[in-house]
Design a protein around this ligand. Sequence first.
Ligand SMILES: [Zn+2]
Length: 467
Amino acid sequence: MSSKPATPAPGAEISSDSYIPAHGNGGYRVRHYDLDLDYRIGPNRLTGTAVLTCVATQALSRLSLDLGEFRVSRVLVDGKPAKFARRGLKLQVRPAKSVPVDAEFRVEVRYVGNPTPVSSRWGDIGWDELTDGALVASQPVGAPSWFPCNDQPSDKAAYRVAVTTSSPYLVAVTGDLVSRYNAASTTKWVYERKEPTAAYLMSVQIGRYDDVELVAGPDAGWFTHSQVRAFVGFGRNKTPVPVVPQRAAVPPRLRRQFARDFGRQDRMMEALQRIFGPYPFGEYVVVVTDDDLDDPIEAQGMAIFGANHVDGRRTHERLVVHELAHQWFGNSLTVADWRHIWLNEGFATYAEWLWSEESGGEPARSLARAWHTRLKTKPADVRISDPGVSRMFDERVYKRGGLTLHALRAETGDPAFFALVKAWVAENRHGTVTTEAFVTLAESYAGRSLAAFFTTWLDTPALPPLP
Ligand SMILES: [Zn+2]
């Protein structure tokens, strides 16, 4: 069921992902996306030019991209018009001249249409209209709803994204804002994302938001005395951690509640950096939409919450730390294949428990015990290391993933466990990861085989006793 498909043939319209092979394409990888987008909010009209700088991994007489229901007016490959056709969510391209293996080549796509989310077994995902604006939340298959891409988590690329839209709206794109031009009634916002990023983690947020600064960066003036601050609190380790600029885009009506609910995010950032190592991006942006959302969602250097996640009483604080933890687990360390999803959600869940302890709430071990008791009442029919595509986002993957880490901590002892976690993050920074690689590294930190341990916790549906 989980055996890895063979490498797709040149031009193949499938990826090597064992869960979602229909997204992603064979024969090339993308190095850089340059997206120039014009968006009309009222009519929900997107006009785009995308330039993808790619490298052929095989000789290519044709290739395909993932793209939603847009009208494509032109495709160029290395500046020359190419034949193209739209079929479902694929844009098939036949270059005038074949691309040799290992060659770098550029694909330019001009497209226009009303962006609509990609419908999937997880609901409608991707570019979505808000009551007054738009959001993008693409995990796992929503990226083609707004740009042509190689939509598989293992193909990470750099981005430049320019969005032109009506001036009263704030536009947040994952990345650094490098320029902003005002015309008569529109503003062009240009963002750059230098770190390798999976297509599903790219996001655009448009709304009538207040721009709130939570923590000023080192360049902001009042931090010039020092770019680092000693960590204060939890544990004896006072290793200084970098100050990470943190901003938020918040509807004016929710600013007061937001200030309380996210008031400890700065402490979370310090705590997680101390546990996991340096924050992997230059900034962290939180967006709270004026509409309700089912669940908060992570993007690169960004997290998106619904108005319903903000109440001024810190009801959802565990979600604040959960989304922040995804910056390390999911975003910097991206799963090479969706079947390794527990590496994202298990760590994000365990970060919730560690933060609870750090902030004076319930200790991690009693949260682990409580969840273990709760999971015992649920059907034991999920293999955490390979839950199947329909159960990728099953709560049991999250909680048992957290329990697996807690059990590993008991198995190896705190010093080896926390050294392992830091090494895992450092060695795979901005890369892609697999369960097999995690097991190998864990064994090197334990100094012995952990085969029996991981078979019990990850590969066997029955819930083992908590050590
Ligand atoms: Zn999560």
